[in-house]
Ligand binder design. Sequence first.
Ligand code: KG4
Ligand code: ZN
Length: 348
Amino acid sequence: MVILGIETSCDETAAAIVEGPNEKGRVKILSNVISSTPDLLAKYGGVLPEQTARRQLESIIPVIQETLQQAQCQPQGLDAIAVTQGPGLIGSLLIGVETAKVLSVVWNKPLIPVNHLLGHFYANWIQDLPKFPNLGLLVSGGHTDLVLFTDHGKYQYLGGTRDDAAGECFDKSARALGLPFPGGPALAQQAQMGNPNAYKLPRPMINSGNFDFSFSGLKTAVINLLELVVQMKSEKLTPTELCDLCASIEAAIVDTLVKKTIKAAQRYQVEQIMVAGGVAANQTLKKNLAVECRRLKIPLHIPTPTLCTDNAAMIGSFACIYPQIIDPTHLEANPNLSLDNETSLPLD
Ligand code: KG4
Ligand code: ZN
């Protein structure tokens, strides 16, 4: 199948043409276009929903035209249109969903709604061929979830964050340190030059008996520690202190994610582990998880960094592999779509 994927759940306006699955089950990208709003993010230090949606309204058609052109594909050449139904910002989701509905009717193409969270995992089928049973760790700006997949469309939610997501902890800690938004990549860059053991930070719920996470306490600990350090010196952090603090924050987040993921993998005796979402672009997470996976001989799948963060190729990839067609007049954007209720199917 050749599918046009559309993704507008947060500040990105993204469209991609993907083809697949091939005889092995993999999906190929023919084009992948992303338009974001770095000027708005820099100006407001985060996503301002209304301004973002207005920008997306202007860019959605040019982005779709560009992706068709780059793939040298005509609308007649498409087999279906896939779109992110949720979760996300309602104003942003509506732009993608309503555009996809109109194109589906006008071009007479089947419409496939995709849960953005599942879509993240399917970035892994673009480069790799994950096998089941597979433990999925989703780490994005809004989600930190552990999910046990036994097949396409068959999964069980094992646990997730009770408060802030891992990405949110990166972003809010980075903001407290005066780093630009989105803070995750900026903090990770400073962390590369720092000592992860320089500051002692909590690893909340790391030894809890379940697969839930909590990151808001870590964020508060970072803010308190920062105030203490700055107060004691009555001046700003030195570049070395900044790098050390970033490395210590990154280590606290990564240690927690790695420990719980490995524990779940052993408990459910999975064949493989796959990671997805923006924080999966973090090199320390990748490195530390890879060490544990090698030790336990569990293959690990992590998409390339550009496919970890929001994109439309992952939406198309999911739709190619697990197409669930819907009547366009019945599709509604759902900002609260999750993995632990509406979409999960019971395991056999
Ligand atoms: O999946 P994503 O692009 O959007 C959501 O669906 O939320 O994830 C964005 C999150 C942000 O919190 C961002 O700071 C984080 O992913 N992120 C990173 C890195 N790259 C992106 N966090 C840590 N290290 C990175 N290299
Ligand atoms: Zn996302």
